[in-house]
Ligand binder design. Structure first.
Ligand SMILES: [Zn+2]
Ligand SMILES: [Zn+2]
Length: 312
């Protein structure tokens, strides 16, 4: 995961420590990407464009269109009736490619979300990706948002009261609910999606309970039924914009970002190199220009508690 922003602080440090050669100075090419007034197709059918389009328009001048007949469900659904064909980033890329079949342009945006337990705290975690595919300049870049702010939950219930109690805890009716006979259900007909009213909830719960004493209830994670997810998609879009605005000092290409973190910050007390990060390495995908940014955390020596000599 590359998430550290190139802060004003580190830009200053870079300038002070590593002189940035100009494209002319190195005899290189200028790979600046123009976005202003280009048309992007947003390959979505779940109104994600409400989160994505305004940010792209304001920050980059990209004008977006959303095809009315794009079926993103072919690329997998959260309600498990269709499996996702590839990894999250690859799936987003496939969606973006597909979007270009609907609109005659060379720029496409797609988004893809996943939910899994937080690696340390175990609580539900949401990873959103917003990917830009540029056929004119031949590259793709994605932004991401990792957040514990999600209502992703599921439970087994055996009465309407239990189902309603679950629903209230996850932000119902602004956030919709999904009901099914059990967690392994994959038959499309048996899955009740987009339940966002008490009447609908009562009707679905009673219908399913007729056939089984216990049923499975979960949050509907599709973006148009989940305002919390829409917020995380907006954050991923902002991260995408950040990467698109972070330009290579040598050739002006986008996404000049951290590719490596170097350890070895020296101990404040004895000067011995520690495991603490000493520098970030940035690299350009287009011209391979590399730049080290020293002391990215804003300190020039490590606390002795991290020193294997002072604190073995
Ligand atoms: Zn470059
Ligand atoms: Zn030490």
């Amino acid at each position: 995961m590359t998430s550290d922003a190139l802060t004003p602080y580190s830009i200053e440090r870079q300038d002070a420590l590593t002189p940035s050669p100009s494209p002319k100075g190195r005899g290189g090419q200028d790979h600046r990407i123009e976005f202003c007034d280009r048309i992007a197709v947003i390959a979505t059918m779940h109104r994600k464009e409400t989160a994505i389009a305004p940010i792209l328009q304001e920050s980059l001048g990209i004008r977006s269109v959303t095809p009315t007949d794009f079926n993103s469900d072919l690329f997998g659904t959260f309600t498990r009736d269709i499996d996702r064909p590839a990894s999250q980033v690859e799936t987003a890329k496939l969606k973006a490619e597909r979007g270009l079949d609907f609109v005659n342009t060379d720029l496409a945006i797609a988004s893809e979300g996943s939910f899994f337990p937080h690696p340390i705290f175990g609580i539900p975690y949401n990873r959103e990706i917003v990917l830009l595919l540029d056929k004119k300049y031949d590259f793709s870049v994605y932004g991401e948002s990792l957040s514990t702010n999600t209502n992703f939950r599921h439970q087994v219930v055996s009465s309407y009261e239990q189902a309603y109690e679950f629903a209230l805890k996850v932000g119902f009716p602004d956030h919709a609910i999904v009901l099914m006979p059990n967690a392994h259900t994959s038959a499309k007909k048996a899955i009740h999606k987009g339940i966002n009213s008490e009447d609908l909830l009562k009707e679905s719960v009673n219908e399913l309970l007729k056939r089984s004493p216990q049923i499975h209830i979960e949050t509907d994670m599709r973006s148009h039924y989940n305002p919390t997810r829409i917020k995380n998609i907006a954050k991923a879009t902002e991260d995408l914009v950040r990467r698109l605005q972070q330009l290579c000092p040598n050739c002006n290409f986008v996404n000049f970002d951290v590719v490596e973190r170097l350890k070895g910050l020296r101990c404040e007390l004895c000067g011995f190199p520690t495991q603490v990060t000493r520098a970030h390495v940035y690299r350009c995908d287009r011209c391979n220009f590399k730049q080290e940014s020293l002391f990215p955390d804003g300190v020039q020596s490590a606390d002795p508690m991290y020193c294997s000599y002072c604190n073995p």
